[in-house]
Design a protein around this ligand. Structure first.
Ligand code: MG
Length: 159
């Protein structure tokens, strides 16, 4: 049985924060604001996975009121969700994502992000799509006030 999942996340860009996507640090004067490290890519993938396997969502699993998750490396959260997915008898088929960010150019970072996610999720890089789009300088993303990510996953129930 195949099941799809969809995830979306958005974080504000602020001064004095790190900008981390898929566990990879992006060189930019602004970074993502959040309770955790605000890795918006990991967060969108987590929600897509949780949706696909019939679980709740990232905010329920890792509440931003819990000091335990303050500034936490979101790849650890993704790893934990991957373990949950496997424990429920699912295998990840593929993941596809779109990063919506006006700046900087994401292209130089994408191979490293895919490689990182590949290791984290034990998935061939061919099965991990990471694409980037600008917003044509329009709206909150287009004026670099925020970065958003869309994620889709396909999982298969093995037993
Ligand atoms: Mg988030």
């Amino acid at each position: 049985m195949f099941k799809v999942g969809q995830g979306f996340d958005l974080h504000r860009l602020e001064k004095g924060r790190r900008f981390i996507l898929g566990g990879v640090e992006i060189d930019y004067p602004l970074g993502l604001l959040g309770h955790s490290d605000a890795d918006v890519l990991c967060h969108a993938i987590i929600d897509a996975l949780l949706g696909a396997v019939g679980e709740s969502d990232i905010g329920t699993l890792f509440p931003d009121t819990d000091a335990k998750f303050k500034d936490i490396d979101s790849t650890l959260l993704l790893k934990e969700v991957f373990e949950l997915v496997k424990s429920k008898g699912y295998r990840i088929n593929n993941i596809d994502t779109s990063i919506l960010a006006q700046e900087p150019k994401m292209k130089p970072y994408i191979p490293k992000i895919r490689e990182n996610l590949s290791k984290l999720l034990n998935l061939d890089t061919e099965n991990i799509g990471v694409k980037a789009k600008t917003m044509e300088h329009l709206g909150i993303i287009g004026t670099s006030q925020a970065v958003a990510v869309l994620a889709n996953v396909l999982v298969e129930k093995l037993q």
